[in-house]
Design a protein around this ligand. Structure first.
Ligand code: C6P
Length: 416
C-alpha cells in the first residue's frame, strides 16, 4: 500500500504499529479493516493489560485481604474511574460494568422502566434504532401498556423534527435514542432532544455504542440519565460494557440481578443492598476486561478524542466523495460530515450485498453486509440488505481508496 499521506493531527502510521493484527494478510492481500462499527481492533497496550492481569495479579475483587486481591481491586476500580473521567461523569459510582450496550439498555428496561412507566405512558425512540434499543422497549410496552412513539426520518437520513413537540409531550416518560446510527452514520442532536424530554419531565437514555468510541462525550453536557456503550467498539476487549446512570437516579433504582457482592447484610429471609455501584454488580465481575477497557481509554485519551473525530471526518469525507461518483451505488445518510460519524452505507441494485462483501473479502477488505441489526430501518429504506464500511483512528486515506477501487471492480465484475 502507498505510504500514508495524511496531513493529520494524529500519526496514523505510528498508531498502526500498535495494532498487531493490522499487519496480517488476508488471501495474500494486506488487511483493510473497515468493520469497526461491529468491533474495533485492539492495540498491544490493551492486550498486554490483559496478560499482565492474568500473569501478575489475578484475584477476585472486593473480597480478599491478600495482596493480589487488593491489587486487582485497585486496578479494577481505577478502570472505573478512567471510564467516569472519559465521559465526564461526576463520580465513578455512576459507572456500572455490564457485558455490552445491549445489557446496559436491558438493565434500565428491567429496573427503572418497571417502576416509572405505566399504562398510557409514552416511550419515544427514533426510526433508526438498533434492535438493542428497540426490542427491550417493545417488551416494556407489552408489560406495562405503555405506547412506543418514533421520531421519523427525513430524506437525508437525519431526524425529521417537524412534529417533535407532539411526539415528545407530557405523556412521554422516556426518550431512548441512538447517538450515532450504526447504519446511516447520522449523528443525532441528542443534547437538544434531551432538553426537550427534560422539559416534559421525561427520563433520557442514550445508546452510545457508536458515539462514545468516536467523539468526545460529556454526560453532564448531554444531561442524560443513562448512557450505554460497549468496550469492544473502542479498542477494549469483548464482554465488557458500561452503563452510566446519573447518581440521584441510580440511588433510587432497585437492583437488577441479586446474589453475592451486591448485598450489605443477608438474613435467611431478607437482605439489604450494598453501596453504589456494587449494588448493580451481582457476582464476580469481568475483572480482566474492565482493566483492559481502562487501558483502551488511556490509549484513546493519549490520542485525544477531538483528534480521533477529526481524522474520521477526513476519512468519511473522502469515502463520500468517492462513493458519490459511482453512479451504480445508492448512498444513505447525510452528505455533510459534520452531521455524521465514521460509517458509510451503500446499496447497489445490480449486485447483492453479500456478493459484494465476498468480492471485497477476497481483496482483503473487511466490511459488513446485511441489515446491521436495523431491520425496521432497512424496510424503511426499501432495501433488504446493504454494504457498510466503518472507520477508526488506525484507518488511512489509502485504505479508503482501496475500498473505492475494489467497489468499482466488483461492479464491473458482476455487471449484468
Ligand atoms: N452494533 C454493528 O455491527 P453490543 O452488541 O451490545 O455491543 O452493541 C449493540 C449495539 C447497540 N447500539 C448500536 C447503535 C450498535 O451499533 C450496537 C452494535 C454492531 O452495528 C453489532 S450488531
Amino acid at each position: 500500500m502507498a505510504e500514508a499521506t495524511q496531513q493529520a493531527s494524529i500519526d496514523v502510521a505510528r498508531i498502526r504499529d500498535d495494532f498487531p493484527i493490522l499487519s496480517r494478510k488476508v488471501y495474500g492481500k494486506p488487511l483493510v479493516y473497515l468493520d469497526n462499527a461491529a468491533t474495533s481492533q485492539k492495540p498491544r497496550q490493551v492486550i498486554s493489560a490483559l496478560t499482565e492481569y492474568y500473569e501478575g495479579y489475578n484475584a477476585n475483587v472486593h473480597r480478599g485481604v491478600h495482596a493480589l486481591s487488593m491489587e486487582s481491586t485497585e486496578r479494577f476500580e481505577q478502570a472505573r474511574k478512567k471510564v467516569a473521567d472519559f465521559i465526564k461523569a461526576d463520580t465513578a459510582e455512576s459507572i456500572i460494568w455490564t457485558r455490552n450496550t445491549t445489557e446496559g439498555i436491558n438493565l434500565v428496561a428491567k429496573t427503572w422502566a418497571q417502576e416509572h412507566i405505566k399504562a398510557g405512558d409514552e416511550i419515544v425512540l427514533t426510526m433508526m434504532e438498533h434492535h438493542s434499543n428497540l426490542v427491550p422497549w417493545q417488551k416494556v410496552a407489552q408489560d406495562t401498556g405503555a405506547v412506543l412513539r418514533f421520531l421519523p426520518l427525513a430524506d437525508d437520513g437525519t431526524l425529521d423534527l417537524d412534529d417533535v413537540d407532539s411526539i415528545i409531550n407530557p405523556r412521554t416518560k422516556l426518550l431512548a435514542m441512538v447517538h450515532t446510527s450504526n447504519s446511516l452514520g447520522t449523528i443525532n442532536p441528542v443534547k437538544e432532544l434531551a432538553a426537550r424530554a427534560r422539559a416534559v419531565g421525561a427520563g433520557v437514555l442514550i445508546d452510545g455504542a457508536q458515539g462514545v468510541p468516536h467523539m468526545p462525550v460529556d454526560v453532564n453536557d448531554l444531561d442524560c440519565d443513562f448512557l450505554a456503550f460497549s468496550g469492544h467498539k473502542m479498542l477494549g476487549p469483548t464482554g465488557i460494557g458500561v452503563l452510566y446512570v446519573k447518581r440521584d437516579v441510580l440511588e433510587k433504582m432497585e437492583p437488577f440481578l441479586r446474589g453475592g457482592e451486591m448485598v450489605l447484610e443477608v438474613w435467611y429471609d431478607r437482605a439489604s443492598w450494598n453501596e453504589l455501584p456494587m449494588r448493580f454488580e451481582a457476582g464476580t465481575p469481568n475483572i480482566a476486561d474492565a482493566i483492559g477497557l481502562g487501558a483502551a481509554i488511556d490509549y484513546l485519551e493519549a490520542i485525544g478524542m477531538d483528534n480521533v473525530r477529526e481524522h474520521e471526518m477526513r476519512l468519511t469525507a473522502r469515502a463520500l466523495n468517492g462513493l458519490q461518483e459511482i453512479e451504480e451505488l445508492d448512498l444513505f445518510g447525510p452528505r455533510d460530515v459534520n452531521k455524521r460519524g465514521d460509517i458509510v452505507l451503500i446499496h447497489s441494485s445490480e449486485v447483492h450485498p453479500h456478493d459484494m462483501g465476498t468480492f471485497l473479502d477476497r481483496e482483503g477488505i473487511a466490511i459488513r453486509t446485511g441489515h446491521h441489526c436495523n431491520m425496521p430501518l432497512m424496510r424503511l429504506l426499501g432495501v433488504p440488505a446493504t454494504v457498510r464500511a466503518s472507520f477508526y483512528l488506525y484507518n488511512t486515506e489509502e485504505e479508503i481508496d482501496v475500498l473505492l477501487d475494489a467497489l468499482k471492480r466488483a461492479l464491473r465484475y458482476f455487471a449484468p
